[in-house]
Design a protein around this ligand. Sequence first.
Ligand SMILES: Nc1ccn([C@@H]2O[C@H](COP(=O)(O)OP(=O)(O)OP(=O)(O)O)[C@@H](O)[C@H]2O)c(=O)n1
Ligand SMILES: C[C@](O)(CO)[C@H](O)COP(=O)(O)O
Length: 225
Amino acid sequence: MKFFAVIVAGGSGTRMNAQLPKQFMLLAGKPVIMHTITAFSASAEKPEIMVVLNKQQFSFWEQLCAEHQFTVPHTLIAGGNTRFQSVKNAIDTINETSVIAIHDAVRPLISTAIISKAYQQALTEGNSVVAVPSKDSVRWQKANGVSQNLNRNEVFLVQTPQTFQSEMIKKAYQQEYKEEFTDDASVAESFGIRINLLPGDPDNFKITFPADLLMAELILNEKSR
Ligand SMILES: Nc1ccn([C@@H]2O[C@H](COP(=O)(O)OP(=O)(O)OP(=O)(O)O)[C@@H](O)[C@H]2O)c(=O)n1
Ligand SMILES: C[C@](O)(CO)[C@H](O)COP(=O)(O)O
């Protein structure tokens, strides 16, 4: 079977509040996204890697690759205004029957073990969505202003990769964009696909705020000791 990795990095990182988009910020001496691409290239399935970037940043990325002697093979795809559009731009170019993992560039601490489990689950069960249990209590704030406790054993926080057999995810991404499409699982589910969860890893958090980058740096330092 052919495997693809779509690494989405077309965002501008408004919550990070920095000049440089967070996917290019340095983590342990190299841009965040290079850690992410390296993890996929090291996985047993040896996926073909697609990197989705804002078109305006193609030449900057090529400069970064030269500066960091980054030679992992990948193709560049132009991003869109939403994550949904960025993913769609990439998967629309895939015509082979395959298994496609979609991953946020800004989750650089993903392990090769989880990547492989995700590909294998999607191969046998159709899809695989990485998620972790909540470490906090969880409440649902209803429209009438009343909040209600939820059983946190039944609530999961969704990560990436989100991995699918190509035929189903390509069809799901033909739907019109809706605001509730915050990830690939929500797109697939709205198309009628039942989602399979795969246990994730708390370290596979999304770099969203400045403190997240500091935490990622600490974890990498600890792992290299
Ligand atoms: N138009 C977009 C928006 C987001 N992404 C990617 O989707 C992932 C998750 O998005 P998020 O953390 O929200 O990134 P940003 O959109 O960059 O951040 P913010 O929402 O704070 O602006 C990131 O790797 C981001 O680059 C993308 O490829 N194209
Ligand atoms: C895809 C995702 O990372 C799964 O948790 C998340 O939904 C992305 O959300 P964001 O608002 O684009 O950061």
